[in-house]
Design a protein around this ligand. Structure first.
Ligand code: EPU
Length: 420
């Protein structure tokens, strides 16, 4: 298993380009199941989760061709196997996103239940409830969701109010509704920018969607969708992660191919921590202060502070001046990185969903273990700050969500290498 070796203590400096967003690309790849015409995508990040999703789509009968620089062309004309097996779903929960599109276009689907993961139980009953409201017959047997659209009429539009804000739940239901008969309304919908990017792609395929980005999405079902070309939005979490890495190391970096448009909550906290930020239409520059000030955060659905940036802010607070409280409200078990940060010398006390972090003068390099994607990112940030050598084990988690991380950090002057 690969490890990452970091020689800490160098302030990051320079410029890198941000990749396409993993969490936008994953549902958009699944949107290719909704049409028999080709879907051409650009700015697709090269990540483990993307190759897992492509493997899943291929075994269903989707043809995937290289579309040139960071591009792909997907053609699901020959779709003949509407199955998402356990071995793929267990490595990537986003595989649940094939359920809505398969049901809408193919009339049936068999998708493994994802089960729990390192950050929480993460059930999918809202996806199921919403599809049932659209007339799907669903039963769960032997760990699989068996779903069928009743009779020849397929899915029917429905008004769905989800019990909580769910990002992939909203995306699954939106994809099912675009081919359902009549109007669907999704209330309490996720407002995440990735939902908007998916809606934009679906609209360019001929879907009729209004309100994406608000908590009420209205969809008029259409008979069929056609091919389209779509550029995946920039990854706001990758952007935020590099901003935190520069902030923690006392550096100055410029990130291109991205923007602060969807990062208000994160940018505000970096300002509060004492950073200077200059935002351009498609770039952001951050200059760190001599020492960061501790900043408290509370995670919540967009537009509030993203849970996917919580671990990185815990890392920057570890070396900031003062104390901060970090409150996680989305996932019940998303503090696994805290115990690893403590191994580097951090002062963190966990009390249920609150973490109290008191900044220390310095961290000391050590061997630590990555437990999930964003936890890994926080360990990288801590390793970049720590004195001496940090070895991060199980970095396959990082490869799921950060394209070419050691190359990008290297471009910013960090001393990082991969040990096989
Ligand atoms: N939930 C339920 N029942 C459901 C659906 C969700 O109880 O049917 C709960 C979850 O357990 C959680 C909360 O609702 O407590 C919100 O979960 P959500 O469904 O929004 O999460 P998700 O769609 O599974 C996506 C991202 C995650 C990100 C969350 C929250 C993708 C592929 N994944 O997950 O990204 O943390 O939204 O913003 O879009 C990551 O990239 O590292 C990552 C984990």
């Amino acid at each position: 298993m690969d490890k990452l070796l970091i020689q800490g203590g160098t302030p990051l400096s320079g410029e890198i380009a941000i990749s396409g967003a993993k969490n936008a690309a994953l549902p958009i790849l699944c949107a290719s199941l909704l049409s028999s015409d080709p879907l051409r995508l650009t700015n697709v990040p090269r990540l483990k989760d993307i190759s897992t999703m492509l493997r899943l789509l291929k075994q269903m009968g989707v043809k995937v061709a290289d579309g040139g620089l960071d591009g792909l062309v997907l053609n699901s004309k020959g779709l003949d196997n509407p199955l998402a097996p356990y071995d793929m779903v267990k490595t990537m929960r986003a595989a649940i996103l094939v359920l809505g599109p398969l049901l809408a276009r193919h009339g049936e689907a068999r998708v493994s239940l994802p089960g729990g993961c390192a950050i929480g139980a993460r059930p999918v009953e809202q996806h199921i409830k919403g599809l049932q409201a659209m007339g799907a017959e669903i039963h769960v047997e032997h760990g699989y969701i068996h779903a069928r659209a009743r009779g020849k009429r397929g899915l029917e539009g429905a008004r769905i109010v989800t019990d909580m804000v769910t990002v992939t739940g909203t995306e699954n239901l939106m994809m099912a509704a675009v081919l359902a008969k009549g109007e669907s309304i999704i209330e309490n919908a996720a407002r995440e920018p990735e939902v908007i990017d998916l809606a934009n792609c679906l609209v360019s395929m001929g879907a009729q969607i209004a309100g994406a980005g608000t908590d009420t999405i209205r969809i008029q079902g259409v008979k069929r969708l056609h091919g389209a070309t779509h550029a995946i939005m920039a990854d706001r979490i990758e952007t935020g992660t590099y901003l935190c890495a520069a902030a923690a190391t006392g550096g100055k970096i410029r990130l291109t191919n991205t923007s602060a448009a969807y990062l208000d909550a994160v940018v505000d906290k970096l300002f509060d921590a004492g950073c200077e930020l200059v935002t351009e239409r498609d770039a952001i520059t951050l200059q760190a202060p001599a020492r960061l000030k501790a900043v408290s955060i509370r995670t919540a659905p967009y537009p509030a502070f993203p849970t996917d940036m919580q671990a990185q802010f815990m890392a920057i607070n570890c070396v900031a001046e003062g104390s901060a409280v970090i409150r996680e409200t989305i996932f019940e078990n998303r503090f696994m990185h805290a115990v690893e940060l403590i191994r580097l010398g951090a002062n963190i006390r966990i009390d249920a969903s609150n973490a109290m972090v008191t900044g220390v003068d310095h961290l000391d390099g050590a061997t630590v273990m990555a437990t999930d994607l964003r936890a890994s990112a926080s360990l990288v940030i801590a390793g970049l700050v720590a004195q001496g050598e940090t070895v991060i084990e199980r970095i396959y988690h990082l490869d799921r969500g950060y394209e070419a991380i050691e190359e990008k950090l290297g471009q910013l002057g960090a001393r990082v290498s991969r040990l096989s």
